[in-house]
Design a protein around this ligand. Structure first.
Ligand code: PEP
Ligand code: MG
Length: 362
């Protein structure tokens, strides 16, 4: 019978809050709803800047039901399907057939839009109760993500077979999380080659190997991109983990939140280096992670030259609206100015006011 307010933006839950807090949240909720109602009718329009530069805006999803939001909120593609959610919701590993059914539904319901399925990304902050995982002092630096997949090869192979078979139903790309070494990509490619052959024998393989990408989430990986990119078709930058590992701030610890910011100059430089390397090797790059849905950060990414962003679907209508009212040229000038600045707060304030000025003029 307790009354709760769950603020998903800040990660705070209020238990039996005072009337003032309730009223404040009612107002926020109403304003947000009004803004959504105003922008939703335009969600399907392209994200094109004043000069006509087009950005592709993808959706990050975790559940089958999120696909409704993909079309209603104007996503151009599914930039990140977090495949661990069905694993987290069960008491044992889902079978190959169960996974195949799920991935098939996702690809079909995406109605021809490209879908990037990320392989299992558990460990760290995502606890899988039936996984026999060690007690770790530093789980974020421990046995997580692709490391688990490569150690539990049969589980990984089952997932890959389910994904590959489902690939016949739509436009599929496969993404591998938290890659930190070239041998990992080589090992994954070998496993995929073997599983393609197994499926071919059974007449179940897709016509060709889907595009393969890595998630760039560790700054060290940026330094070996020249070794990795020749083996890949695309890259997706996960800003949530990239910020955590660049700034040594636990992404789930509110105590160190003041030290964490996507606007930190180190994060911006790492993004710039990543984009530069990917352009050199002609490998397309997407930025996913929650920061892509922050208008001032999306504006920064535009100015840096990124043209593929993937975000929470509910952020898409307002981000598209922002881009439609922005000048790419102005964004480039603002990014030049930002590179001379020292502090995350200074950078954020500068970008927010520049964005506001442009929106006010229009
Ligand atoms: C990220 O790290 O930015 C990301 C998109 O992956 P996740 O949030 O699932 O770790
Ligand atoms: Mg991540």
């Amino acid at each position: 019978g307790d009354f709760l307010i769950v603020d998903g933006n800040s990660g705070i839950v209020f238990v039996n809050p005072s009337q003032e807090i309730k009223s404040e949240y009612e107002r926020l909720h109403k304003e947000q709803k009004e803004l959504e109602d105003k922008l939703l009718p335009y969600a399907a329009l392209p994200a094109e800047t004043i000069e006509g530069d087009r950005l592709e805006i993808g959706a990050n999803i975790a559940l089958l039901s999120d696909l409704k939001l993909v079309s209603s909120h104007g996503a151009d593609y599914v930039g990140l399907y977090r495949s661990e959610f069905p694993f987290l919701a069960r008491s044992s590993f889902p079978s190959e057939q169960e996974q195949y059914n799920l991935y098939t539904s996702i690809l079909k319901q995406a109605e021809g839009k490209s879908v990037t399925i990320r392989t299992l990304d558990v460990g760290g902050d995502k606890f899988l109760p039936y996984l026999d995982a060690p007690q770790e002092d530093n789980p974020a630096l421990g046995w997580r993500s692709v490391r688990i997949s490569l150690d539990m090869e049969e589980v990984f192979r089952e997932q890959l077979r389910a994904i590959l078979k489902a690939g016949n139903q739509g436009r599929l790309r496969i993404l591998f999380p938290m890659i930190t070494a070239a041998w990992e990509v080589r090992r994954i490619r070998n496993i995929l080659g073997e599983e393609m052959q197994n499926l071919e024998k059974r007449g179940e393989s897709p016509p060709e190997l889907p595009e393969l990408g890595l998630m760039l989430e560790v700054p060290g990986t940026v330094k070996i991109l020249d070794k990795l990119l020749p083996m890949l078709d695309f890259v997706s930058i996960g800003t949530n983990d990239m910020i955590q590992y660049t700034l040594a701030v636990d992404r789930n610890n509110p105590k160190v939140e003041p030290w964490s910011s996507p606007f930190h100059p180190a994060v911006i430089r790492i993004l710039q280096e990543s984009l530069q390397k990917c352009s050199e090797y002609c490998v397309p790059v997407t930025v996913c992670g929650e920061a892509a849905g922050i208008p001032a950060f999306a504006y920064l990414l535009l100015g840096m030259g990124f043209c593929n962003l993937s975000m929470n679907p509910t952020s898409i209508p307002s981000i598209k609206n922002t881009f439609r009212n922005m000048s790419s040229e102005q964004a480039r000038l603002d990014v030049d100015a930002v590179f001379g600045m020292e502090e995350a707060k200074e950078i954020r304030d500068y970008l927010e006011s520049s964005l506001q000025e442009s929106l006010d003029v229009i």
